[in-house]
Design a protein around this ligand. Structure first.
Ligand SMILES: CC(C)(COP(=O)(O)OP(=O)(O)OC[C@H]1O[C@@H](n2cnc3c(N)ncnc32)[C@H](O)[C@@H]1OP(=O)(O)O)[C@@H](O)C(=O)NCCC(=O)NCCS
Length: 171
């Protein structure tokens, strides 16, 4: 029999266990080269995470999703988020990714070169008006069409964003 389960708010002492758990559960999606942290005097003040995603009809074209990015509120508006994003995007370019997708505020991500996905022929499982894309080389997505697939570990987030759709069937 399973011992009693306790659900409680997380605290600072849980952070390292939470990180290990996320890495374990998201192993398929996790690439340490695409997960960056920003530190000041050895304290982590920002992070950015990219995960590989794939085009259902174009498996040869490599793409990544920019997933959570955050900067500690005491350190925001000092260019840390932009530096994290630019370095992460540069890593993606050097690792052969053709494009990066994200769902976010166009006001912020357009500064980094992203544009709204709009009717470009590629669809993300989020099907969000905030779907954005950055081609890492001019024309990198020319001729690329169809659904973009995220690793299975993202299913709960996709289902949360699209509660009335069966995302697996719609791919
Ligand atoms: C978004 C975030 C990562 C930016 O980090 P940052 O280090 O403050 O970013 P930068 O210093 O490079 O850029 C700050 C600029 O972006 C603007 N900005 C921040 N969030 C914005 C948003 N959602 N929409 C438009 N502009 C935004 C700021 O107003 C600031 O503008 P200014 O330079 O004209 O003053 C940070 O604000 C954050 O952690 N927010 C909460 C989590 C979040 O929303 N993450 C993104 C989605 S996962």
């Amino acid at each position: 029999m399973m011992p009693d389960l306790i659900i409680r708010p997380e605290n600072a002492g849980d952070h390292s266990a939470i990180r290990s758990l996320i890495i374990e559960v998201f192993t398929e999606a996790f690439d340490p080269n695409l997960s960056l942290v920003a530190t000041i005097e050895e304290r982590v003040v920002g992070q950015i995470f990219f995960c590989p995603v794939r085009f259902q009809h174009h498996p040869e074209v490599r793409a990544a999703a920019l997933a959570p990015m955050s900067v500690h509120r005491n350190f925001q508006k000092r260019g840390i988020g932009s530096k994290l994003a630019r370095q992460g995007l540069s890593h993606c370019t050097h690792r052969g990714y053709a494009a990066v997708f994200t769902q976010g505020d166009p006001g912020y991500y357009s500064r980094l070169g992203f544009e709204l996905l709009g009717p470009k022929g590629v669809t993300t499982p989020f099907r969000s008006q905030y779907d954005m894309v950055l081609e890492l080389a001019p024309g990198a997505l020319d001729g690329v069409r169809g659904p973009l697939q995220y690793p299975d570990a993202y299913d709960p987030f996709i289902e949360q964003a699209t509660p009335h759709q069966n995302t697996k069937k719609s791919l």
